[in-house]
Design a binder for this molecule. Structure first.
Ligand code: AQP
Length: 333
């Protein structure tokens, strides 16, 4: 049985991008693998979060994950800051990763924007913490969206350098699992940018707690072009917004993009958008309802997360202990 790890930041309400690129792929894995899924609040504070908002968003994220089908009985579902081993191993990795490696990370460049000097050092070393999140469990399978590919390559570089520098074969290689037509869902306002929960424009994304009217409105206002839909994918190459909407409809209805085009070829977005809205509302409506129901009982949510943290800690502690011994830290009695 493979050990699987993946995380999601409570930096907002999860989006359709998070759902199609990651969460949805996690659900079936619970039945076949040993899965750890983590609400990564330490990562969220690499960018400013209002404390009260962060607390609310952490519970909201846990509720969303359960509403999407993760079961605290089938997987280890927990909050990152509840398991100190993540941050403890991350420090070691800060000392393994090279500045040159981090300088190449495109997510840092995107998130730091033009004023790089003003970005937090946490945002810069984010990939080292992500490597620790995974490797502190010796997890080997990491289901993520396409935007995380570069970070996982870096995690493998860190594991390899640690093993090489200390002459051990301790950390395993990580295999990124990047799946499906919706591995990268793009913004509804700009088809060249990925859909993000922390995008300042709420119109750029579908949130998992959006109601039917909000979804309809966002799809109606989504940026498109005046052309009709073609009958083949190649013709969408230079039409990022159109390609994104076709990809979303394909992913949400479990069809191929070719199938969607075969149905809608020759139509404009006036006809396509209502079909997309209908499919989104049908799929996301029950998730939203379950999420709202779970949030009515925060104590039950917290209890499930605390249980998850205990299970996670039991796996992480001996691995961290051994890593510290390898580094040469004096063992604590
Ligand atoms: N647009 C996307 N399409 C496909 N997959 C996506 N993911 C994120 N955006 C898309 C995947 O969702 C998982 C959790 O992501 P995260 O919260 O850890 O961080 P992120 O990638 O930075 O996601 P966001 O939504 O853009 O958050 P903010 O705005 O806070 O930075 C990951 O597996 C990711 O690949």
């Amino acid at each position: 049985m493979a050990r699987v790890f993946s995380g999601i930041q409570p930096s907002g309400v999860p989006t359709l991008g998070n759902y199609l690129g990651a969460i949805r792929n996690w659900v079936p894995m619970q039945d076949t693998d040993e899965c750890l899924f983590c609400v990564v609040d330490l990562h969220a504070i690499t960018q400013r979060q209002e404390p009260a908002e962060l607390l609310r968003q952490t519970r909201e994220m846990a509720a969303a994950l359960i509403a999407c089908g993760l079961s605290p009985d089938k997987c280890v579902l927990f909050v990152q800051s509840h398991v100190p081993a993540h941050a403890q191993l991350a420090w070691v990795f800060n000392c393994i990763a090279r500045l040159g490696w981090l300088n190449r990370m495109t997510q840092f460049k995107d998130k730091a924007g033009k004023d790089r000097e003003a970005a937090s050092t946490g945002l810069y070393v984010y990939p080292n913490l992500m490597a620790a999140d995974i490797l502190v469990y010796h997890a080997t399978q990491v289901p993520v969206g396409d935007d995380q590919r570069q970070h996982l390559e870096l995690a493998n570089d860190i594991a390899e350098k640690f093993n090489h520098d200390y002459g051990v074969d301790f950390f395993p290689r990580i295999e990124p699992l990047i799946q499906g037509v919706a591995a990268r869902v793009m913004s509804l306002r700009d088809g060249t940018r990925k859909m993000s929960k922390s995008d300042p424009s709420d119109q750029s994304r579908i949130n998992l707690n959006d109601d039917a009217d909000t979804i309809a409105n966002k799809i109606k206002r989504a940026t498109t072009d005046p052309e009709l839909l073609p009958d083949n994918l190649a013709a969408l190459e230079k039409r990022p917004e159109a390609r994104n909407l076709v990809g979303i409809l394909a992913a949400i209805t479990g069809r191929t993009q070719e199938d969607v085009l075969a149905e809608h070829a020759g139509r404009g977005f006036g006809a396509f958008k209502p079909a997309l809205t209908e499919a989104l509302v049908a799929h996301l409506g029950p998730i939203r309802a379950e999420m709202l129901r779970l949030l009515e009982d925060p104590a039950a949510l917290d209890a499930a997360l605390h249980q998850g943290a205990e299970k996670a800690e039991a796996i992480a502690e001996p691995i961290l202990k051994r890593a510290y011994e390898i580094v040469g830290f004096l063992p604590r009695r």
